[in-house]
Structure formats: C-alpha cells, structure tokens
Ligand binder design. Structure first.
Ligand code: FDA
Length: 307
C-alpha cells in the first residue's frame, strides 16, 4: 500500500465514469488488463486456473463486479459463480480452487438479506463441488454488514472464509473474535479516512504483524494475503514460533503480482493461493492494482504508447 497523492488520484479515477470509458475503449489497455485479469469468460478463468495448479499453486477465483445496485446484475453474478463452480468441478479443479465473493456484487447495497441469500446459493454450490467461499472485504462502511452475513453463512458452511484488513483500527479486535476460523489477512485496498484507518504504511505493517500473531496463535486457518517481502518473512518466522506446519496456514498473492515469488514459496512447500479475477467488469479492480504501485502505472502508460 502506498499513501500519496498519486494513489488518491488513481483511486478517485476508479470511481470516474469518463475515465472508465476512456480506459475501456483503448484497445491497447488489453495487455495490461491481461496481466492482472484472467480474461472475461469462465472458460478463460478455468484455463488460467489449470495452468496455475499445474505449477503447484492453489487458486481463489473472483468474478469481477462490485457496487451492484440492480437485482438483475446481482443475479447475473450469482449465475456466473454457479457456472464457474460447475466447470471447476467438471474439470477436476475444485479441490485446488475456491471462490472469492464481494457482497456488493450480489446485492449488499440494495438489501443485506438479498446479499445473504445470494451468497448462500454460491456457498451451497461450492459445498456440492467440494470447495469453499471466502467473502472479500470492501470499504469500511460495509465491514459490520459483511461480518453479520459471514456469521449467518457460517451457521451452514463453517469453512466460509473472512477477510480482515490490517489498515483498519478495529481489525485487531476482529482478529481476536475470528482467530479460530478461516481468515484472510490483507493490508486493505480502499481509500479510508484516518478516523477508521492507519494512514502511515509503517503503522499498517505493524498492525499486520500484531494481527498475524493473533491468527497464528489461534486455532483457525490463517491466510496471509500480501506481496510484501518483509511480511512474508515475518509470517514464516512467526508460524514456526507458533509451531505451525506448512499445511496449517497459507500465503496468498494476486494473479500477475510477484509470480516468481509465488512459485518460490510453493517450491519450499508452502501452500500458496493465487487470487484470480475474471469477467468484464475489470476496471475498478485494475485501478486498485495500479494505485498500489507506481511502477504499475508506468507499465500501463508505456503500454498505451508502445503499439
Ligand atoms: P504493499 O502494497 O505494501 O506492497 C509490498 C510490495 O509488494 C511492493 O513493494 C511490491 O514489491 C509488491 N507489490 C504489491 N502490490 C503490487 C502490485 N499491484 N504490482 C506489483 N507489485 C506489487 N484488499 C481488500 O481491501 N479487501 C480484500 O478482500 C482483499 N483481498 C485480497 C486477496 C488477496 C489474495 C490479496 C493478495 C490481496 C487482497 N487485497 C484485498 C488487497 C490488499 O489489501 C492490498 O491492497 C494488496 O495486497 C497490496 O498490499 P501488500 O500487502 O502486497 O503490500
């Protein structure tokens, strides 16, 4: 995570319709999109998943789309997940691939009950296919609602994963509450006010380590989603201190980010899961990835002029 004017500018552009149209209509953006997004269809997502699994990695798949304010679109998202899960099952990849779901994509802004019902359908299909669901965490205004829906889902599907964001001041308490369960810990990707989030990257890192200690010391299954080399090393060291074997926790990274490191950790015996987004609604996701790293913006701008 970087906290600077460039990050704020890119995150603002993520919500700007004119910028979205300009980026989406430039054919040259496609190479950049392809670096971070596994195509627009279920078939392309499953193909990428197969390649990653062959390389010894596991996968969590995200059908792109967020902030849905219409029921029909929420329904299309559910249908996409159901088709994806069927396909993963049919090709024998369900044991190595789970799905990540954003509640805002299945109707959270319309009605929490609708999001719960829709997420329940995805959880039920995942269970039938022999895999699980993790609920992504979005901006802080949705945290309480997402944790309420998670608690409901876990009554029927106790393995449903939670995501907690180390940049939120509340997260250490949430880690204590959820330490006995499946929890993905990330730094957090949204532009949040200082009233609820640490803004100094060093403070975020310190909180990440505090939270990692709580999760490793609990009886659950922690999933450490970070590309930060220092945090990867600290988590490795702390996991040994807590007597965790390599099967007792996992590292997670994004598709297209530090792919060599993903394979290095897997070759060392670690469980490494790659977060693979796919679908037509790639714009907001791509903007968050660009905001994380100035080098990605340069890569993006170069691709715009180098064709
Ligand atoms: P940080 O951003 O500090 O980067 C550390 C180093 O990693 C950088 O110096 C660079 O070397 C490398 N790096 C990081 N990002 C890069 C990029 N985009 N391109 C190239 N190199 C990069 N967030 C959220 O709010 N809700 C969620 O549900 C999730 N879910 C999620 C799942 C998974 C599997 C991952 C890996 C991440 C998320 N995130 C997320 C995103 C997360 O909050 C965070 O924004 C990013 O992971 C970047 O933070 P890092 O921990 O990598 O550190």
């Amino acid at each position: 995570m970087i906290v600077n004017p460039l990050r704020s500018l890119i995150l603002a552009a993520a919500g700007n319709e004119a910028v979205r149209r300009a980026v989406a209509s430039a054919p040259v953006s496609r190479d950049v999109v392809r670096r971070f997004v596994a195509g627009e269809t279920v078939a392309s997502a499953v193909e990428v998943t197969g390649d990653l699994v062959e390389d010894g990695l596991r996968v969590t798949l995200d059908y792109l789309g967020e902030d849905t304010t219409d029921r029909a679109r929420a329904e299309r998202t559910v249908q996409a997940y159901l088709a994806l899960l069927d396909r993963l099952h049919d090709v024998g990849l369900a044991a190595d691939a789970e799905v990540s779901v954003k509640l805002s994509a299945v109707g959270q802004a319309l009605d929490e009950r609708l999001a719960l019902d829709n997420a329940s359908r995805v959880c039920a299909a995942a269970e039938q296919c022999g895999t699980t669901v993790t609920l992504d965490m979005e901006d802080h205004t949705t945290t309480d609602s997402t944790l309420r829906v998670l608690a409901e889902l876990r009554r029927a599907w106790p393995d449903t994963g939670a995501v907690l964001q180390a940049y939120l001041r509340r997260t250490l308490d949430d880690c204590v509450a959820l330490a006995g369960t499946r929890v993905r810990l990330c730094k957090g990707a949204y532009a949040e006010p200082a009233s609820v989030a640490f803004v100094d990257p060093h403070e975020v890192d310190l909180n990440y380590v505090r939270c990692a200690n709580v999760l490793l010391g609990g009886g659950g299954y922690p999933m450490f989603a970070t590309h930060d080399p220092r945090l990867v090393e600290i988590v490795g060291e702390r996991s040994r201190w807590y007597g965790r074997s390599v099967e007792d926790f996992e590292f997670q990274m994004l598709y297209g980010v530090r792919p060599t490191e993903q394979r290095r950790l897997a070759a060392e015996g670690h469980v490494v899961r790659v977060y693979v987004p796919f679908g037509e609604q790639w714009y907001g996701y791509l903007m968050r990835r660009l905001a994380e790293r100035p080098a990605n913006v340069a890569f993006f701008l170069r691709s715009l002029v180098s064709r």
